[in-house]
Write a protein of this length. Sequence first.
Length: 324
Amino acid sequence: MMSAAMLPGGPSAAAQDSTQDGGASDGTVTVTPLGSHEGEFCQLDRAMIFEDPDGTRILYDAGRTVAGPDDPRLGAIDAVLLSHVHGDHLGDRRIEAVKQGPCTDLEFPVDATPNSNSIDIAMAKGAAFVVGGEMPGFFANKVKALGGDPATVRLVRFGASTTIGGVTVTTVPAVHSNGLSGAFIEGELGEHLSTAGLTAYVGPPEGFVLTFSNGLVVYLSGDTGVTAEQETVVRRQYGAELAVMNIGDTYTTGPTEAAFVVNELVKPKAVIPSHANEPATEGGAVKDGTRTKQFMDAVTVPAHLPLSGRAMRFDGEGTCTAGC
């Protein structure tokens, strides 16, 4: 299958078909969380699909909650975005299938190393693999060794952009670590790193800013703390109207810090919490006493729960028109 990454004028044929079947044909951007449990927001949920009105489909941080390339929720994928190489984002393990019931039943039995869930999906879908820092060299070699085209791995560093179908993708700085586990590195080097408890540095991590064909601008924070660029670049330069904000604390902004970013720096029209590192919902409703509830109460804009499998639609101004 040829992807939009190979067709500069538009999305893949399969993506166009998905639009004709009701994807984003009303001119809105569709955001679909892909979590471990249907209809819930669970501990290690990170993955989301963004579908442009033209049918271009972008997977963000596949992690562990996508059941590999054959996950029926994926459909056509034109690009896979990776914020950084930690196993819960790159995908060192994964679910066998989407689960029903409460988030407390959490298992990731499928070992996806040394390839990773993200690489397996990108190669199977013929998708571009978009990363920053020093990551492209490693992943291009990985793709080539697996019989793929290393040119599908795209470098986008801060200040530059690339186009996937009707979507412009740029990266923004994130304050976090970015060490590649030895489990992803074959041979003695990987073994020595694992034995020593060390990782391989592959350059800085990043967040993303996506600009869609209907004018919607979305900030994907990745794992980060508070940064000056959230105001100067994300808000003042790009004018993000929708933010996907990681709120898990310890490894990234906590609920109070993330709310500060939303209320005082980015100032979007709406926000989706992500990476909460907790079983945040029960029966699709946010639970009291959670970081997610604290964050949603603290922000001054509409906050929409990323319930797995529930498609949310956003117009060009960042207003949710359905599914929220």
